[in-house]
Design a binder for this molecule. Structure first.
Ligand SMILES: NC(=O)c1ccc[n+]([C@@H]2O[C@H](COP(=O)([O-])OP(=O)(O)OC[C@H]3O[C@@H](n4cnc5c(N)ncnc54)[C@H](OP(=O)(O)O)[C@@H]3O)[C@@H](O)[C@H]2O)c1
Length: 272
């Protein structure tokens, strides 16, 4: 049996849906499980019951400081390797060109834990979501603003990453010891603006950081994390030409530019 962790989350819920669409039985794990799902909280080792599972899709549980994220992943991997008899773990990591990002360390440390777990493993080095890129563009009265400059991001639509996670989970033995870099075609903030028929104005990184620090909604670790995305895109570090996604997907790639544009459009003040 396959388990996908974090199924209230968007990537995990799409992965579970992909498995259901492919008529493959799978179980969801969540801190707030729906009917038929298993309670699973990486921060509570007593909840980590993986009995009866053979393949684990470990969707990274980010959104915290590195020590907490790594401890979460370590707890689950320990449960999988030492107590419950899982055979294969699939970890959703970060694209290889993402090493300059503020959250790269937790992913690379987890990759090391996965490789040392004694389990069969596959690492899915996911690119940044097209949905995220669209959401990070900011609306001004006369168009879009961003700190991305003319830099391109090899953006990928979440649903494509979910499909690959499902494809690998269905036949894990074909992917043992493999690390895949899953990115789509490069897009820029200017491309999104053009698609929406508005202007794009690049702002500097210091102005962007000041805006982030002034945002009371963000958690303390988020401004540096988001600023690291901006500088990495702006300076060309997140443009990657790996074809792994195209090779693994059994359908055409989703249109990352269209998805980023739709996401940005939905955030326009006054959009319904
Ligand atoms: N590639 C990218 O652009 C990108 C962008 C943002 C984040 N990420 C990473 O990719 C992951 C999946 O992305 P997403 O868009 O699906 O994020 P998401 O919608 O925010 O889902 C994250 C899920 O992680 C699970 N989680 C958090 N803390 C947990 C804990 N202590 N124990 C068990 N599960 C926990 C939760 O699932 P339950 O609520 O079901 O417990 C949560 O819903 C994120 O968690 C993050 O690490 C990638």
């Amino acid at each position: 049996m396959i388990m996908v962790t974090g199924t209230n989350g968007r990537l995990a819920s799409l992965t579970l849906q992909e498995l259901a669409d492919r008529k493959v039985p799978a179980l969801g794990g969540s801190r707030t499980p729906a009917d038929g799902q298993r309670h699973l909280d990486f921060d509570d080792p007593t909840s980590l019951d993986l009995t009866g599972l053979s393949t684990l899709v470990l969707v990274s549980a980010g959104y915290a400081e590195d020590d907490q994220v790594i401890a979460r992943h370590r707890a689950l991997l320990d449960a999988a390797a030492r107590r419950d008899g899982v055979v294969h773990v699939i970890y959703t990591s970060l694209t290889g060109t993402g090493d300059h990002l503020g959250f790269a360390l937790a992913h690379r440390a987890t990759e090391d834990l996965v490789k040392a777990s004694g389990l069969g493993w596959t690492i899915l080095r996911n690119g940044l979501y097209a949905e995220l890129f669209g959401a990070l563009l900011m609306w001004a009265p006369d168009g879009l603003e961003s700190a991305f400059g003319d830099g391109a991001l090899s953006a990928v639509v979440r649903a494509d990453l979910a499909a690959v996670a499902a494809i690998v989970a269905i036949h894990p033995s074909a992917h043992v010891g493999k690390t895949y870099d899953l990115v789509g075609d490069p897009i820029t903030a200017g491309d999104v603006a053009e698609r929406l028929e508005v202007a794009h104005r690049a702002i500097g990184l210091s102005e962007y950081r000041a805006r982030l620090l002034a945002d009371n909604v963000l958690l303390s670790f988020q401004p540096p994390m988001l600023a690291s995305i901006a500088t990495s895109v702006r300076h060309g570090f997140l443009s990657n030409s790996s074809r792994d996604l195209v090779k693994l997907l059994d359908r055409p790639l989703a249109d990352a530019l269209a998805v980023a544009a739709d996401t940005a459009a939905a955030m326009r003040p006054g959009a319904s």
